[in-house]
Write a protein that binds this ligand. Structure first.
Ligand SMILES: [Zn+2]
Ligand SMILES: [Zn+2]
Length: 258
């Protein structure tokens, strides 16, 4: 399988074709991409970050060895227009989505907090583990809200409790936390909803629980099934990681005894 995609860009008013490749780590959302050109006017290769919009190579690695290449890279970076950044971003997302879809479960990269999950009841956010899955959304008037779901992965617990939060991601400035319109605790099997433990009511500016519940149930008929699927997939990956961690510690334990 090819690990790159041909992408048409513009440089100095001319169309150029780049081989675009993305970070190879499955589910890693670092935003690193690499562009390779085959044109005398352009650097041979340039490593960029799609979020910071900067050159990512470190000193001794891919920063061009000779000053000319270095200047060419800087010149190219400055020439990337807003529209082109958007094209690059979409391409990055598409490639990462395909990479994720093609990967085996045990190839997915994520470091779980075993202690927090098993001893402190910490919930795990689905989109942190699988950031390239298309999220569930609802429309509330003219606002699109993204559904963020948090799950209990404690292997000794058989609950179906999920915290579900409704946030406005689309209108969120890059360096701010998205606005939350409510977070609730629900049991996806019994389909019962509750306020979060210790909370008496929704906060000012939030949307009442019953309203959000009606919206999400009517706009996402598979809402509870999706949550069940998310929980199952997270638990499966958790099991894989837990087993790997155990095997790892047994090995080092043996070494120590010798
Ligand atoms: Zn990465
Ligand atoms: Zn539980």
């Amino acid at each position: 399988m090819d690990n790159y995609e041909l992408q048409e860009l513009e440089f100095d008013g001319k169309k150029v074709t780049a081989k675009l490749s993305v970070c190879p780590v499955v589910n890693c959302n670092c935003g690193d991409i690499s562009l390779e050109f085959n044109s005398p006017d352009l650097p041979l290769e340039i490593d960029l970050n799609i979020f910071s919009r900067e050159i990512t190579a470190d000193q001794d690695d891919s920063i061009a060895e000779d000053e000319d290449d270095n200047q060419l890279q800087q010149k190219f970076l400055r020439s990337i227009s807003e529209k082109q950044w958007e094209v690059l971003f979409r391409c990055y997302m598409n490639m990462k989505q395909r990479q994720t879809a093609a990967a085996r479960l045990d190839e997915h990269y994520y470091v779980f907090n075993f202690n927090g999950i098993e001893k402190e009841g910490e919930l795990t956010t689905y989109c942190d583990v699988f950031p390239f899955d298309v999220p569930m959304e609802i429309e509330s008037g003219s606002t699109v809200l993204t559904v963020i779901d948090y799950h209990c992965l404690n292997p000794n617990c058989g609950c179906h409790d999920t915290a579900v939060e409704f946030v406005n991601l689309r209108d969120c400035p890059e360096d701010e936390d998205p606005q939350s319109f409510g977070i609730f605790m629900l049991d996806y099997q019994k389909q019962t909803w509750d306020l979060m433990p210790g909370e008496e009511d929704v906060l000012p500016g939030e949307i009442p629980m019953q309203v959000l519940r009606n919206l999400v149930e009517s706009q996402n008929p598979d809402f509870y099934k999706e949550l069940a699927k998310h929980h199952k997939k997270l638990k499966e990956l958790y099991q894989v990681r837990r087993t790997q961690a155990k095997t790892g510690s047994q090995k080092s334990g043996k070494k120590r005894r010798r």
